[in-house]
Ligand binder design. Structure first.
Ligand code: ZN
Ligand code: ZN
Length: 654
C-alpha cells in the first residue's frame, strides 16, 4: 500500500506557496483528517509552519521526495470544507492568497476553550437543545414572499424605519426582521449567518435574536471579540444542530454545513470592506458563498447601494419590501437668509422651533458632520488658516478648554503665532459635536445634552428629554425613538469628493432618520436637489438607479470592476503588460520609488484579469531581489507587487 498523502495549505505569507502541498503521513501518526491544524516542515525556510489538512489522497500530485508531516496540532477539524471552498474562491477572485482569508475565518487556537468544548462534546452537551416553539412570522411582510425567499431566494430587502422594544432594549425594526428570518431558517433545519457593519448593529441584532430564540442557538462570531470568545464561537458554529451566527464582516466565513440564509445589513457601510489582503468585501463573499452553498441571500438597508441596484437590474436579486411600507417624515429645510436662529446659521428657525417643542417631551437627535469643538481655526486678525508649525497640518480645537492640536501629527500648540501677521489670537471655524452641544445647552437651559462621537461612545439613551449631539454613525438608539431629528452640516458632508459620497450621505441621513419615533419629524437642513427629494419621497431605489446609470456612462464602479496594482515600478509595469484583453489602465503614477496603477475591466473579464495579476505576483515574489536600503526592516519581506481588487473608493488615496 502507498503511503497516505496529506494535502496541506500552509500558513505562510509567500504567494508562491498559496497552493496545496503534499506531505507524507508518517507511520503511526493519528488523527490526520481533513480540517485539522498540523505542523509541517517548510523546505525552503528549514523550519516548521502550521497549516490545515484540506484533503487526503493515496496519489502524489507532484513527483519527487515528500517531507513528513511533523505533528497534528489539534484534533478539531476547524477548517470546514465549505469554508475552504469559499476562501479559495474569494481569494482567486481578488488575486490573493486563500490562507489570508482563512486567517480571518479561523481564529488562533485556544487550548482551554478547545478542551472545554471537547469535554462537552464527549458528554453530549455541546449541541443546543431541540427547538420547542414554532418560528415566528416575519412581521410586516407577505408570508408567501417570505416563504419564497427562504426557499433559496436572493433579495434586495426593503425594511421599515423606526425602533421597537425587545425585552428591555430598543432596536431598529430591521433587527427584528433579521431575527425572525433567522428563526424561520433554523426551523427549516439550516443555519443562518447575519453580517452587520459594527458593534452598534450587532448589539441591536443580538437583543432581537435573544427575544426570538434560545441563547444556545445564537453564536457571536466577530473579529472584534477577544480570541478566546471568538474561538468558542467558531467551535459552536461547527456543530450538527443549526445555529444563527452574527458578527461583523468576518462572520461571513463562519462554518455552516447546511446554510439556509446569509443576510448582510447595510452593505454600503465601509466597515464591511475588509482592510486586510485580499480586501474582500463582505457583500462579495456573501454572493460567492450563496452561489456555492445555496440558501437564501439577503441584502438589506434603509437605503440601497449602487452595487445592490446593479444586481437587481441584472435580475440576480429581486426586490422584496414590507406589505405597507412606513416612511420617515423628512422635512427638507432650506437655510434661507433671515430665517436662521443661531449666530452660525446652521439651524433654520422652523427646525429650531420643532426641536424646542420636541425636547420638552423626549430625546431629540442632532446629527453633525464633525467631532471635537472647533474643527478648524484661523487667525482672528488676518483670517489666515491656523497650521501646525511642525508639519503644516491644520490646527483644530478638540475641547472648549483645551489647547489647539494638529490634525495630522497630533502635537499641541500652546503658543500660537499667525504665520502671516504674528497675531496670537485664534478664531473658531465651524462647529463640532462639542461646540454644538455647548450652544444647544445654552439655548435649552435645563435640558440634558449628550454628546456621542468616536471618542464618547453612547449606545442608548432613555426616553427623558435630552438633546443628543452625535456624529454620523455614532447615534445612540433612543427609547421610544427620537421625538425630532435634525440633520445638520449636510452641505459639508456632500462637499467631499469621493465616488460614493451621494450614496454615503443618503445612508447617513436615512440611518439617523430611522431612529426617529414613527410620528416624529426629521429636518434635513440645507440640502436640496435630488438627494433631498430621494430621502423625502422614499424614492431611494430610483436614486440608486440614476446613480448607477451615471457610473455606467463613466465606466466607474460598480458598473465596471477596478483594481489597484502597487509596487516597485518594474514589477507594476510587468504586471500591466501581462494583463489580458479587456483591462485598461486608467491612472498610473510613481511616488517615492513605488508605482500605483489603477486598472479597469468588465465583470466578464474579472477572472482572467485576476489570474494574470496573480501569476505576476507569484512570479515577482519568486525573483530574488537586492534589499532596498531602508525600505524595510531586515527579515521582513515586502512584496514587490500587491493588488487590491474592488476598492470601494479607488480614486481616494488618503
Ligand atoms: Zn494673522
Ligand atoms: Zn503637525
Amino acid at each position: 500500500m502507498r503511503p497516505l498523502i496529506a494535502r496541506v495549505v500552509l500558513d505562510t505569507p509567500l504567494p508562491q506557496l498559496d497552493r496545496l502541498l503534499d506531505y507524507r503521513v508518517p507511520e503511526g501518526m493519528e488523527g490526520v483528517v481533513p480540517g485539522v491544524r498540523v505542523e509541517a516542515p517548510l523546505r525552503s525556510a528549514k523550519r516548521m509552519t502550521q497549516g490545515f489538512v484540506v484533503e487526503l489522497s493515496d496519489q502524489q500530485e507532484h513527483p519527487g521526495p515528500l517531507s513528513d508531516l511533523d505533528a497534528v496540532v489539534s484534533s478539531v477539524e476547524v477548517l470546514r470544507p465549505e469554508v475552504w471552498r469559499l476562501a479559495r474562491a474569494v481569494a482567486d477572485r481578488a488575486a490573493g492568497s486563500a490562507i489570508d482569508v482563512l486567517r480571518l475565518a479561523i481564529p488562533k487556537r485556544q487550548v482551554r476553550v478547545e478542551k472545554a468544548w471537547l469535554a462537552a462534546r464527549a458528554a453530549g452537551t455541546a449541541e443546543p437543545a431541540p427547538l420547542q416553539t414554532d418560528p415566528p412570522e416575519v412581521t410586516g411582510y407577505r408570508s408567501a414572499e417570505v416563504d419564497a425567499l427562504l426557499a433559496g431566494g436572493r433579495v434586495a430587502l426593503g425594511v421599515d424605519p423606526g425602533v421597537v422594544p425587545v425585552g428591555d432594549t430598543w432596536v431598529g425594526r430591521w433587527a427584528v426582521t433579521f431575527a425572525q428570518l433567522a428563526a424561520r431558517t433554523l426551523a427549516q433545519g439550516a443555519s443562518a449567518i447575519l453580517v452587520v457593519p459594527d458593534h452598534r448593529d450587532a448589539r441591536q441584532l443580538e437583543a432581537a435574536l435573544h427575544a426570538t430564540l434560545p441563547a444556545d442557538r445564537i453564536v457571536r462570531f466577530d473579529s472584534a471579540q477577544p480570541d478566546a470568545e471568538r474561538y468558542r464561537g467558531l467551535l459552536r458554529a461547527m456543530g450538527e444542530e443549526p445555529v444563527v451566527v452574527l458578527g461583523n464582516r468576518s462572520a461571513v466565513y463562519a462554518p455552516a454545513t447546511r446554510l439556509g440564509l446569509v443576510a448582510v445589513w447595510n452593505d454600503g457601510d465601509p466597515l464591511l470592506s475588509e482592510p486586510l489582503s485580499p480586501y474582500v468585501h463582505a457583500r462579495d463573499a456573501a454572493l460567492v458563498r450563496q452561489e456555492q452553498q445555496g440558501g437564501a441571500l439577503v441584502f438589506a438597508g434603509h437605503t440601497r447601494t449602487t452595487d445592490v441596484e446593479r444586481l437587481v437590474e441584472l435580475g440576480w436579486l429581486t426586490e422584496l419590501g414590507p406589505e405597507r411600507p412606513r416612511r420617515s417624515r423628512i422635512v427638507p429645510t432650506a437655510l434661507a437668509a433671515g430665517d436662521v436662529h443661531d449666530e452660525h446659521a446652521r439651524i433654520p428657525s422652523s427646525a429650531w422651533q420643532a426641536a424646542a417643542t420636541a425636547a420638552a417631551t423626549g430625546p431629540v437627535l442632532v446629527q453633525v458632520a464633525r467631532p471635537g469643538y472647533a474643527p478648524a481655526l484661523r487667525c482672528r486678525d488676518c483670517g489666515t488658516s491656523a497650521r501646525c508649525r511642525h508639519c503644516t497640518g491644520p490646527l483644530r480645537l478638540q475641547r472648549a478648554q483645551g489647547a489647539p492640536s494638529c490634525l495630522w501629527c497630533g502635537r499641541e500648540e500652546r503658543a500660537f503665532r499667525c504665520a502671516e501677521c504674528r497675531s496670537p489670537r485664534l478664531a473658531h471655524v465651524g462647529s463640532g459635536t462639542g461646540r454644538t452641544a455647548d450652544e444647544l445647552g445654552r439655548a435649552f437651559p435645563g435640558v440634558r445634552v449628550i454628546v456621542a462621537d468616536g471618542e464618547r461612545r453612547v449606545l442608548e439613551v432613555d426616553e427623558r428629554p435630552s438633546l443628543v449631539v452625535a456624529t454620523r454613525g455614532a447615534e445612540p438608539v433612543a427609547a421610544g425613538g427620537y421625538r425630532a431629528v435634525l440633520l445638520l452640516d449636510g452641505e459639508r458632508m456632500i462637499a467631499r469628493e469621493t465616488l460614493r459620497i451621494a450614496e454615503d450621505c443618503l445612508r447617513w441621513w436615512a440611518d439617523a432618520a430611522a431612529l426617529a419615533a414613527d410620528d416624529a419629524k426629521v429636518f434635513l437642513v440645507g440640502v436640496g436637489g435630488r438627494l433631498a427629494t430621494a430621502l423625502a419621497t422614499a424614492s431611494i431605489p430610483a436614486f440608486a438607479r440614476a446613480e448607477l446609470a451615471d457610473r455606467r456612462a463613466l465606466r466607474f464602479p460598480p458598473a465596471a470592476r477596478v483594481a489597484t496594482l502597487d509596487g516597485l515600478p518594474d514589477a507594476v509595469t510587468a504586471a500591466l503588460e501581462a494583463l489580458p484583453e479587456g483591462a485598461d489602465t486608467i491612472a498610473e503614477r510613481t511616488v517615492d520609488g513605488r508605482t500605483r496603477a489603477l486598472i479597469r475591466f468588465d465583470y466578464a473579464h474579472g477572472a482572467a484579469v485576476a489570474r494574470a495579476v496573480r501569476s505576476e505576483i507569484i512570479r515577482q515574489a519568486a525573483i530574488r531581489r537586492k534589499p532596498v536600503p531602508g525600505a524595510s526592516r531586515p527579515g521582513r519581506a515586502i512584496l514587490p507587487l500587491r493588488a487590491r481588487f474592488d476598492d470601494p473608493e479607488p480614486f481616494d488615496e488618503s
